[in-house]
Design a protein around this ligand. Structure first.
Ligand code: PLP
Length: 413
């Protein structure tokens, strides 16, 4: 029996979500639209299977097909990123990071990570996350003037605090990260280097952002952001760390893996090796450049003055509008974004002074430079008329007209 027949109430909510996705434009930098193939695999009968352990070393019978799929995912991940070892079992990005820490650190050890308010992630040592409570994280950030990562500060802090691990990677940083420089700093401080490419994995896969693989001891990632796969995570590392990483994922951190998610990761890695994935990532970058240039032309201030990647961080301080106001009102206008702290933000993390905009999802639907220019105008119009519900309603109608011209994978194909 179909979902609609079994559970009309839940099914109706899926229809509401389809309508929402079709009629709005998603500029959340960490989201994307997975392909029908990925969705099909993630909804497949591999949901039913227990497969604790690793291929050919399982604690359950009947794993021969899961073994095939997990090995396929592993081999594809290694090929895609030119890595020596891959673990495709972490349930999500946070779990990938937890396993990496379990493999590399003991409780109480000192590590370094980027400050959340400067673009870092919760799991890079924030106190409210396991990472900040289990380990002693020293935080680094961006330079106040350039708003780019301050590598000199990182070196200074690393030599002073002698961390066992330096964590790089970010959730809201619009610039290229210099992994070679970080490797040199880690070597000077006798630290290991972990790079979390959750956001930029798709760009790294096609060579549009330098790869950390030659430099980092461990690389962690999600699969659902620029990589456009299922909601999940994975880890890459050098051969000598493979046993430690695998043991940290299972049995230390997780029980049974999610075979349906692993299967969908295999499909995602396959899609990322196809020529059109490179074209997609190029279009994502170009859309971000056009969006950034147009927002600036219309008077908004961008952190670091622009972007090298798929996202822009807008500092709304001078407009008098808060991040939360902008997020809520743009949402009413059909433009889905998230608020984000800007570096040295004086507002609380709940309110914030910024919004983060990303192009991966809109580019997947086929929106191009023309639409980005128009979106920039509409965003500025909403922010300049933040209390005017008529403006929001007008913009919403225009956004709906634009959005419905572009199909959503998994809904319209
Ligand atoms: C999104 C993100 C994560 C966490 O991923 P989840 O799948 O939400 O657990 C980890 N690190 C960075 C840098 C991220 O941007």
């Amino acid at each position: 029996m179909s979902l609609r027949e079994v559970d009309p109430e839940a099914s109706r909510i899926v229809e509401l979500e389809k309508k929402r996705q079709k009629e709005t434009i998603n500029l959340i930098a960490s989201e994307n639209h997975a392909s029908r193939a990925v969705l099909e695999m993630q909804g497949s009968i591999f949901t039913d299977k227990y497969a604790e352990g690793y291929p050919h070393k399982r604690y359950y019978g009947g794993c021969e097909n899961v073994d095939l799929l997990e090995n396929l995912a592993i081999e594809r991940a290694k090929e895609l990123f030119h890595a020596e070892h891959a673990n495709v079992q972490p349930h999500a990005g946070a779990q990938a990071n937890m396993a990496a820490y379990f493999a590399l650190l003991n409780h109480g050890d000192t590590a370094m990570g980027m400050r959340l308010t400067h673009g870092g992630h919760l799991t890079h040592g924030e106190k409210v996350s396991f990472s900040g409570s289990l380990y002693n994280f020293i935080k680094y950030g961006v330079n106040r003037e350039t708003e780019r990562i301050d590598y000199q500060e990182i070196e200074h802090l690393a030599l002073k605090h002698r961390p066992k691990l330096i964590v790089a990677g970010a959730s809201a940083y619009p610039r290229i990260i210099d992994f070679e420089c970080l490797r040199n700093i880690a070597d000077k401080a006798d630290a290991k280097l972990m790079v979390d490419i959750a956001h930029i994995a798709g760009l790294v896969a096609v060579g549009l952002h330098p790869s950390p693989v030659p430099y980092a001891d461990v690389i962690t990632s999600t699969t659902h952001k620029t990589l456009r796969g299922p909601r999940s995570g994975f880890i890459l590392c050098r051969e000598e760390l493979s046993s430690a990483i695998d043991a940290a994922v299972f049995p230390q951190m997780q029980g049974g893996p999610l075979p349906h998610a692993i299967a969908a990761k295999a499909v995602c890695f396959h899609e990322a090796m196809q020529p059109d994935f490179l074209e997609y990532q190029k279009a994502t970058l170009n859309n971000a450049l056009v969006l950034a240039a147009e927002l600036q032309r219309l008077g908004l201030r961008l952190i670091s003055g622009g972007t090298d990647n798929h996202l822009v961080l807008v500092d709304l301080t001078e407009t008098g509008v808060t991040g939360i106001q902008a997020e809520v009102t743009l949402g009413k206008a059909g433009i889905v974004v998230n608020r984000d702290p800007v570096p040295f933000d004086r507002r609380s993390r709940w309110v914030t002074s910024g919004i983060r905009l990303g192009t991966p999802a809109a580019t997947t639907r086929g929106l191009g430079p023309e639409e980005m220019k128009r979106l920039a105008e509409l965003i500025v119009r909403v922010i300049s008329n933040i209390d005017d519900t008529t403006v929001a309603a007008e913009v919403k109608e225009e956004v709906r007209q634009i959005a419905t011209r572009f199909p959503v994978p998994g809904i319209d194909d």
